[in-house]
Design a protein around this ligand. Structure first.
Ligand code: TTP
Ligand code: MG
Length: 418
């Protein structure tokens, strides 16, 4: 929820009924910016943006004071400074954020071992088993917010509900520095008036197709016959949206992560300045990453691109996917956008790598979470052919009509990231 500026904030009263609402979604407020403010207390209450001021950089995040001007994550820095010329821009210090992330996650793990880390600053917790010892879910959530603040100086927002989807929705609404409990008996009442955009995976084209049918709210989706929904957005998406709109979400909080990331990279024999060539290489790497994700039935939440230039400076950039995916095409789209943002410029490239992060295993098994059914079917068919006839026969580049096998480099599978 990157556009959030806290204007529509909703929080719960102390007396809220939380029985059965055992899933917590915790998300740190303006995370990178809040960590920076710990070091710069004189900037508290000011519009602060974290990112690089120069070039074609984008905003990583901004304080809520800056968001009031319309500044948001992933916005070009130039645009952000037009909107908020007085903003103070701080250079990101990723190591520091990772350090705070680990401290925050450690606080979560004091509450329950059932913690599913989703990204650097958010996690799901299942507190069903912690209730006897620690109290009701809302009580646990309040305690958790206090502990996070006491141990790190940072604020977070927490959503408490009976399902992952609702808990995540609730934490977004409680921001910043709030707690919102959705009593299970009121789940539908809460959901139905929301715009369809609130449903996981609805954005862009899906939203357009649905509005063309006159569907505007979650209630509209819940009440429309499934067959009509299927015709509009395809089988898999229709079923998923219908389930979500009716308050059903079978996904459990998963603690086990087989791998934290999956990546491939290639080092060239000679430095490359031809961006077309590098983009084809990106497609190949992204496809390999997608194939590995599909093999373990894992979805990636974000994609990282790594470039090492001829002078050995190395940069990496991360982008969140519009929705979790294991489709090579989606991973390629995200890495290409990052690549174009960074640009090759005057510096030739000696290494390029693509990595899938925020992995979420086993979510596809219910068949409910598949907005990319067509791409996935096509790519899974290719997986099968490659297994049968060897990798050289069907390459991802052949999907785009490019000539395969032109990389001329050494390729190493990436190691799981930290
Ligand atoms: P978010 O949780 O999406 O954003 P946030 O914590 O800054 O703000 P809030 O949750 O209160 O809305 O992302 C967590 C961090 O991840 C964020 O502080 C910076 C980083 N990030 C990026 O670098 N690029 C992005 O596009 C996004 C969305 C986040
Ligand atoms: Mg956050």
């Amino acid at each position: 929820m990157s556009r959030q500026d806290g204007r529509l904030r909703r929080i719960s009263a102390d007396s809220v009924d939380d029985a059965g609402a055992t899933i917590l979604h915790v998300d740190m407020d303006a995370f990178f910016a809040s960590v920076e403010l710990l070091d710069h207390p004189e900037l508290l209450g000011k519009p602060v943006i974290v990112g690089h001021r120069e070039g074609r950089s984008v905003v990583t995040t901004a304080t809520y004071e800056a968001r009031a001007y319309g500044v948001g994550s992933a916005m070009p820095m130039a645009r952000a400074l037009q909107l908020c010329p007085n903003a103070i821009v701080l250079t990101p210090r990723h190591e520091l954020y990772r350090d705070y992330s680990a401290r925050v996650m450690a606080v979560f793990e004091q509450v329950t071992p059932v913690v599913e880390k989703l990204s650097i600053d958010e996690a799901f917790l299942d507190v069903a088993g912690a209730r006897r010892l620690l109290g009701s879910p809302a009580h646990i959530a309040r305690m958790l917010r206090e502990r996070v603040r006491a141990e790190t100086g940072l604020t977070c927002s927490i959503g408490v509900a009976a399902t992952k989807f609702l808990a995540k929705l609730a934490s977004g609404m409680a921001k910043p520095d709030g707690l919102l409990v959705i009593p299970p008996a009121e789940s539908l009442e809460f959901l139905r008036p929301l715009p369809i955009r609130a449903l996981w995976g609805v954005g862009g084209k899906t939203e357009e197709s649905l509005s063309r049918l006159g569907l505007r709210t979650v209630a509209d989706i819940a009440d429309v016959p499934l067959s009509a929904l299927r015709r509009a957005v395809g089988d898999a998406t229709a079923v998923r949206l219908h389930e979500l709109a009716n308050g059903r979400d079978p996904r459990a909080v998963e603690t086990q992560r087989i791998e934290k990331s999956v990546g491939h990279e290639v080092t060239f024999h000679e430095d490359i300045s031809d961006s077309g060539r590098l983009e084809r290489e990106l497609l190949r790497l992204a496809s390999q990453v997608g194939e590995r994700l599909r093999r373990t039935d894992t979805l990636a939440g974000s994609v990282a691109l790594k470039l090492r230039y001829s002078d050995f400076t190395t940069v990496s950039r991360t982008r969140r996917l519009p929705e979790p995916s294991n489709v090579g095409r989606r991973i390629y789209d995200a890495s290409l956008a990052l690549f174009r943002e960074l640009g090759v410029g005057a510096r030739p490239v000696r290494l390029i790598g693509v990595r899938a992060e925020n992995l979420d295993a086993g979510q596809l098994s219910a068949g409910l979470w598949d907005p990319d059914a067509d791409w996935r079917d096509a790519e899974t068919a290719i997986d099968g052919l490659r297994e049968k006839f060897g990798k050289a026969v069907v390459t991802p580049a052949s999907l785009l009509g490019a000539r395969p096998g032109t990389a001329g480099g050494t390729r190493q599978p990436g190691t799981p990231g930290s």
